[in-house]
Ligand binder design. Structure first.
Ligand code: DAH
Length: 363
């Protein structure tokens, strides 16, 4: 075998045997580097006579090409092997159970609001909202509670400081102003509920300065007290998840409804506990007030720019926190807003447990 053929076979064998990229690089420098053997042979071609070059050139060129090809092949193989090794080392076992991490819970107020929205959605009501910083016209005047109206004093109102002699705004004392905003912004027929935060300057075991109400409003043609009664009965049955809900409607007074009714539900004393359901007049029974309601006062409909001879309706309002207490058995309202994790873990709901109502409306 010629010298060049020997050199080629030796280099190619060495390259194939190189087991690291560093070893391969050393071989490349030794062969093809500035002072490499192959480079040295290539340099001898320059000064040769054309005849010599014609004879010696091809094997040297072949040597260069073969060695370059062998280097490239081996390099690719070593790089692939390195990548395979890295992938194998970094493999993640997707079947290992994940760390559960801390879990929050849904506050009973949020839970009850969701339940109410779900129940009223089944009855064709959508959810309306309004600002918590409200002007006195929406909070009082349009609801037939003018400046001198005694009912206005019943609300222990938080007034905000006003600029430049403007009328002070208030923290809304009830969700009823959302009735006004809805009638002003929406063409009847209207069917809405408005859950949200309300504020009164009041604090004891059953009153907190901030609490939650839900308002309901229907405006349509030919609406009667019968529609109101059916709607409230259907809602309370779905909410308390019982068919034996009995309502008692008592005449009452609210400036924004005429006539006005207060709604009680019957309960039965069972093991010393008031359990909602049954006729409150039966032995062992009693009544719990749960709602204020009535037919929307003509003056309210008029204040919103509608013709009260064409449009009638009913409204109702109640405390969301109170509904939560009656359904889930808490007895101190203040604990709702203390943020005590033990209370929240006990009374909170799992965000993953949906739906929580055992049946929808009419189920
Ligand atoms: N806004 C009343 C309150 O805060 C509750 C209420 C009573 C709302 C009767 C109504 C209603 O819509 O018709 O005490």
């Amino acid at each position: 075998m010629s010298e060049i053929a020997n050199l080629k076979a030796g280099l190619i064998a060495d390259i194939a045997a190189a087991d690291t990229l560093e070893a391969l690089e050393a071989l490349r420098v030794g062969a093809m580097g500035k002072n490499g053997v192959v480079t040295g042979l290539l340099k001898t071609l320059g000064p040769m006579s054309p005849e010599d070059r014609l004879e010696k050139g091809p094997p040297i060129q072949d040597l260069r090409e073969s060695v370059a090809a062998a280097l490239a092949t081996r390099k690719a193989a070593l790089e692939q092997a390195a990548l395979d090794a890295q992938l194998a080392a970094e493999k993640i076992d997707m079947t290992l159970p994940a760390d559960p991490g801390p879990q929050g819970s849904v506050h009973p107020v949020s839970q009850v609001m969701d339940e109410l929205a779900e129940i009223f959605a089944d009855l064709g009501f959508s959810v309306a909202t309004g600002p918590e910083i409200e002007d006195q016209w929406h909070n009082f005047t349009a609801l037939n509670m003018p400046e001198t109206h005694p009912a206005r004093a019943m609300h222990d109102t938080f007034y905000l400081s006003a600029e430049d002699g403007a009328e002070p705004k208030v923290l809304r004392t009830h969700t009823s102003p959302v009735q006004i905003r809805t009638m002003m912004n929406q063409e009847p027929p209207i069917r809405i509920i408005a859950p949200g935060r309300v504020y009164r300057s009041d604090s004891d075991a059953t009153h907190t300065p901030m609490f939650h109400q839900i308002e309901g409003l229907v405006i349509d043609k030919g609406i009667t007290l019968g529609h109101l009664k059916w709607t409230l009965e259907t809602f309370l049955k779905a909410f308390f998840e019982r068919d034996d809900i009995v309502l008692r409607l008592r005449p009452s007074y609210f400036p924004f409804t005429e006539p006005s009714v207060e709604v009680d539900v019957g309960y039965m004393l069972t093991n010393g506990q008031r359990v909602i359901g049954g006729d409150g007049d039966a032995p062992g029974g009693g009544w719990l007030e749960v709602l204020g309601s009535g037919m929307v006062n003509r003056r309210v409909i008029e204040a919103c720019g509608l013709d009260p001879d064409e449009w009638q309706g009913f409204a109702f309002g109640t405390g969301v926190d109170r509904l939560a207490m009656l359904k889930y058995g808490m007895n101190d309202l203040r604990a709702f807003f203390d943020g005590d994790l033990r209370w929240l873990r006990h009374y909170g709901f799992s965000a993953l447990d949906v739906p929580t109502l055992s049946g929808g409306v009419g189920a």
